[in-house]
Design a binder for this molecule. Structure first.
Ligand code: GDP
Ligand code: MN
Length: 393
């Protein structure tokens, strides 16, 4: 689960991670009050969307920059009015962009030097890793490609936590002054504590900056949390912004289904991530392309299958449906009954190919055959995939 920068910075404050003072609002009536709550001087106006690269982004009406530095209050309000309600396209949003529904104003900081800092989970070592670089404010993937020697990593044994010597080594590599090192070490330790206590997936600060007064500040904040741990963090759940999520994903999560949108034309109802991957491969092998994946998981109920069908049919790009179920824990007849009920309830004008295999498959096939509906069945995964690919072609 992702949160906005302004929410992340509130957490930063709680954990003693210094960042510029800020104020957020979703209403243009409050712009002035937000700015007045900050100190004198430069004001940074920041579009709040769940995507990076805002500074270099462009709005769909041509206005440039989702992050702007303003010298006066009037200028800041002007920028904020251009951003609020406007759609921002960045390298991370895709062409459609994201509608800006909240503006965050911060005090402008005087940057001496920009750095990069992140804490995330390293899958190869199964450990948290701190990633830091002297090349801040730019795309970290580019740094990794062009100057990998300027990226430093510290792997943390979760049983021992972050050791002082690891911190010292890291700030030394960053080439900081004595006071900056002290400030940075404190910030990084607090950041790691937040990562650990809040079950974050990733915390990224780009840029982390030093100032002329040798302070170290987080100028940006991108934070995501492990969805599987949200049950123990109601305070984090409360930060969820449904405006930033695909309505179909929200609907799917209400029924404990996982939905992934893609850009093809064949909707896929499957059970299990592995089967989803192979379904995608085999559809492409036969010249088709998936519109989405709806994973009903290990033991779906009839209600879930009905909900799944409704979600799939809500996507206008869908030209055909492929149900590919391997009944391990799942009872194939439950799926078959779900399909029949769903089709009866929502109607179906699109071709539907079903491949069922495994637990109680004979009863499942019988349910489909006796339904009187035009459902094409496949004798194997390949046979079914070829049929649906041909039907939508
Ligand atoms: P992003 O583009 O989505 O990563 O948004 P950022 O919050 O990182 O802002 C984009 C850029 O604006 C940063 O990389 C900085 O160069 C610049 N910027 C942001 N805040 C300040 C500030 O307080 N002072 C100055 N001088 N530049 C800032
Ligand atoms: Mn940034």
């Amino acid at each position: 689960m992702n949160i906005h920068e302004y929410q992340a910075k509130k957490l930063f404050e709680e954990y003693g991670i210094p960042c510029p003072k800020g104020a957020a609002t979703s209403s243009s009536d409050e712009f002035e009050a937000c700015i007045d709550s900050l100190g004198e001087g430069l004001v940074v106006v920041k579009s709040q969307i769940h995507a990076g690269g805002r500074g270099k982004g462009t709005f769909t009406d041509g206005f440039k920059g989702g992050v702007k530095l303003a010298k006066t209050k009037e200028e800041a309000i002007e920028y904020a009015n251009k951003m609020l309600g406007n759609t921002l396209v960045t390298i991370q949003t895709g062409e459609a962009g994201r509608k800006v529904q909240t503006i965050y104003f911060t005090e402008g900081a005087d940057i001496k030097k920009e750095y990069y800092l992140a804490v995330l989970l390293d899958r190869a070592t199964s450990r948290p890793v701190i990633v830091a670089s002297t090349e801040g404010g730019m795309d970290i993937e580019t740094v990794a490609e062009e100057t990998p020697d300027r990226i430093f990593k510290v792997f943390i044994d979760p049983a021992y936590g972050l050791a002082d010597f690891q911190l010292r080594e890291l700030v030394t590599k960053l080439g900081l002054s004595k006071l900056e090192s002290k400030n940075a070490a404190k910030l990084i330790r607090n950041l790691y504590t937040m990562f650990w206590e809040k079950d974050a997936d990733m915390i990224e600060i780009n840029p982390l900056i030093t100032t002329e007064t040798e302070d170290v500040l987080a100028l940006d904040a991108k934070v995501s949390f492990d969805s599987n741990a949200l049950y123990r963090h109601p305070e984090i759940q409360a930060l969820r912004d449904l405006n930033e999520e695909d309505p179909k994903e929200i609907e799917a999560s209400k029924f404990d289904l996982s939905y992934i949108a893609l850009d093809g034309s064949i909707a896929c109802l499957v059970n299990g991530a592995g089967l989803a991957m192979s379904t995608m491969d085999i559809i492409q092998h036969f010249g088709g392309s998936p519109a989405n994946f709806l994973d009903v998981g290990g033991g779906a109920s009839k209600q879930q299958v009905i909900a799944a069908f409704k979600i799939i049919l809500g996507d206008p790009n869908v030209k055909g449906i492929f149900v590919n179920i391997f009944g391990g824990i799942m009872d194939c007849d439950v799926i078959a009954n779900g399909i029949v009920d769903a089709v009866k309830e929502v109607g179906l004008e699109l071709p539907l190919v079903v491949r069922l295999e495994g637990n109680n498959v004979v009863a499942g096939r019988k349910t489909l055959d006796n339904s009187g509906l035009t459902i094409v069945t496949g004798s194997s995964m390949a046979d079914a995939a070829e049929k649906i690919a041909n039907l939508v072609a």
